[in-house]
Design a protein around this ligand. Sequence first.
Ligand code: ADP
Ligand code: ADP
Length: 226
Amino acid sequence: VAGLKLKNIEKRYSNGFVAVKDFNLDIEDKEFIIFVGPSGCGKSTTLRMIAGLEEISSGELWIGDKLCNDVAPKDRDIAMVFQNYALYPHMTVYDNMAFGLKLRKTPKEEIDRRVREAAKILDIDQCLDRKPKALSGGQRQRVAMGRAIVREPKVFLMDEPLSNLDAKLRVQMRTEISKMHHRLQTTFIYVTHDQVEAMTLGTRIVVLKDGVIQQVDSPSNLYSKP
Ligand code: ADP
Ligand code: ADP
């Protein structure tokens, strides 16, 4: 099981600012959870705490049946896709995708199998020898997702992954992400500003304001009201 439980999570930054407070949420295995809310409401902070990139000030983070507050990011069974892709510019697409697995000492043949499979799923198998600068924005975003897929994590975190793409590509990638969720059968937690993305992708939407959950509901309940 890869459900998550966030119990009374609070984030107080070193300057004293409380970015997230009283955060309580149970996320079911295989859910597609969306965080929405205005800029600065604590979406990224929450995602980064789940990923282990930001320390949790108080409260408990459970991933499956494991209390993860003090677990290193690489041991959390989580992969994160960033808005700015964070690809290594000097590495080929193949090496970008393989990097996280190499760090974890995954056998070479297994790395090769996973990279080629993910590349096929994302339709970037023609690009494996190229460097990021020779790719389109959409292809770069696919590589960033491929790097997450090859890890075969139990939970995917995505921080506005489509916000740097043009409108047409955004629609296309939205469909890709939806397919990815169905195919991989894993839990997704997804941050967006875009109401259409939230509606089409989410099983449930968490609305945040000033670091506090305002509402948690299905897309149809949240957005169908007159
Ligand atoms: P969102 O992702 O919803 O735009 P963030 O989680 O990035 O919001 O930020 C939430 C709040 O925390 C913002 O007011 C932001 O300025 C503040 N914040 C983010 N990082 C830090 C930090 N390192 N130190 C102090 N405050 C921060
Ligand atoms: P993992 O598979 O463990 O997530 P990554 O290759 O995604 O490994 O990244 C390892 C670390 O390096 C992460 O903290 C990530 O944020 C950071 N990172 C990834 N790409 C870049 C980059 N192009 N420049 C600087 N840091 C990066």
